[in-house]
Write a protein that binds this ligand. Sequence first.
Ligand code: URP
Ligand code: ZN
Ligand code: ZN
Length: 477
Amino acid sequence: MKLIRGGTVVNGDGSTTADVLCGDDGVILKVASGLEIPSGCDVLDAGGLLVMPGGIDPHTHMEMPFMGSTSSDDFYTGTAAGLAGGTTSIIDFVIPEVGGSLVEAWKLWRNKAEKAASDYAFHVAVTHWDERVHEEMGILARDCGVSSFKHFMAYKGALMVDDGVLLNSVSRAMELGALCNIHAENGDAVAWMQADLLAKGMKGPAAHPASRPPSVEGEATQRVIAIAGLIGAPIYIVHVSTEDATAAITRARAAGQRVYGEVLAQHLVIDDSVYQSDNWLSAAQHVMSPPFRPKHHQKALWAGLVSGQLQTTATDHCCFCAPQKMNGKDDFTKIPNGTPGIEDRMSVLWHHGVRAGYLTPEEFVKITSTNTADIFGMTSKGRIVEGADADIVLWDPEATRTVSAATHHQNVDYNVYEGMTLTGLAHTTLMRGDIAWKEGDLRATRGAGRYVSRKSGGSAVDALKRQMAGKNPLSVA
Ligand code: URP
Ligand code: ZN
Ligand code: ZN
């Protein structure tokens, strides 16, 4: 047993001074002030610290084959880095081969993830449509604990799905009580812009944002909202990076449609000036999709989080080292897309969100943990309450660290926040009651993570079904 004594417990709905008793089974036994120390119990002094639910990152890509490379953080190194930063669970993406079996891909990802140091769940991508996909979505939802599916509207010729696939898949997910995630960029427009830029001799990383301007994201976001509206299905838009997409989500929500939006910590604080670097590698290291945006978009993203129109924060953690990025030396369309971030998300949001005055500590907890647990049906996570998993971060709001690839734990040779000094750090991280990080000492255990099986009909879909019984009276369609 462990007793966390004398800290301020911060949940999404309020803060209180209380002790937290964690059982040997990794579950929270009691939250109350002045708890007695049971015999044989370890005591963690949380004086001056905040005791918060461990972060949940709803969007990671560990050891993912993508664009001719495999992302360099595997399920052990990536989740261990997350624990160092206060993140105790991830939701990663199973990516089946186009035309391949969703269930076989899910099994492959289960195998890869056995080494994870933190808990993990999976969204499964739908990359084409046929009878088998229809059937396997049912198997995954009923028997495999998968309650969310992913769709890429971009990456033409690889992962991209058209509107027909979206309609079929969103409708099937709705039937199953599952939630659809969407990467919203118009992939046809991106492919056309890429070819046009290459033909004009623009081959470097600066052409990457030019090939995917904000309108490309805005259009796709609006389109998938309209598609989901036809069916009355809730949807979740990943990595919202523009004011255009934020406005589309806000409009839909105001019209009564259940649309959720996720923001990456990276997009909140890094802008598109990174692509102007004279250093090719530095610019290439920032190639991700959607790309970094002109600064004014950041204001819309913060406003979206503050107003609750955007509900979660993630990292899209997808690392590629220099030799991998070099695949695109002569052609920006071949630079593997992705940036790291799992280790720094919580600190970036505390420093630039809470300390900067945008967010309260309770809102910080909601957007780093509780909302993700609720939207994706991770019922034992996201709260410091009796019966919940003892996934807990003892947060030092005053501790400071300067980020560097030289000292981070991510298995990648750069850090997009290099040189940024952040105040607000994970002092101690407990993963189901076990100390995985304490004052700079990483004690993550290979294989300690468990698969989080989620019931279909997680709260987002349940709520909608209760409200609408098959048809949304407020649908914009
Ligand atoms: O650039 C990115 N985001 N890479 C990972 C794949 C995706 O689009 O999420
Ligand atoms: Zn994406
Ligand atoms: Zn992603």
